[in-house]
Design a protein around this ligand. Structure first.
Ligand SMILES: *[C@@H]1O[C@H](CO)[C@@H](O)[C@H](O)[C@H]1NC(C)=O
Length: 127
């Protein structure tokens, strides 16, 4: 009886965990607008890379970034997934210095470059 209860609890927790998603509070942010404007982009990058100039949305991005990388964005909304692809593709192609800093900080051991090599190729991201 106890075992059954424990097992059911575990199963319930697994289900809850699988359904867990990142907040969509910031999904209405215009990613294109930010990417094409260095005055907007720089504070985001400073937050992600140096933990300075963090606005609430940049802080949330910084918070979930390691998890999103580890889980292949499986808790991302469709909008977040599309935004992530856009940002990665833009930075890699247009801001190689910033992109290399991101990789150095968030992919120190080359784990994700290897894991996502196929996706990167599809996005035309040089890795
Ligand atoms: C990541 O998820 C996408 C679907 O969103 C899938 O096409 C891709 O194969 C996954 N990549 C890895 C490395 O698991």
């Amino acid at each position: 009886m106890k075992t059954t209860l424990a097992l059911s609890l575990c199963a319930a927790l697994v289900v809850v965990h699988a359904a867990e998603k990142y907040t969509t509070k910031f999904d209405n942010i215009d990613v294109d607008q930010i990417l094409k404007n260095d005055r907007l982009l720089t504070p985001y990058m400073n937050c992600i890379l140096k933990d300075t100039n963090c606005t609430p949305d940049a802080r949330e991005l910084k918070r979930v970034l390691p998890d999103a990388l580890a889980t292949n964005c499986s808790k991302c909304s469709e909008k977040q997934k599309a935004g992530a692809q856009k940002v990665i593709s833009y930075l890699a192609k247009n801001k190689p210095d910033v992109w290399n800093e991101v990789l150095a900080k968030y992919d120190k051991n080359n784990v994700y470059r290897t894991k996502y090599a196929d996706e990167a190729r599809k996005l035309g991201v040089p890795i």
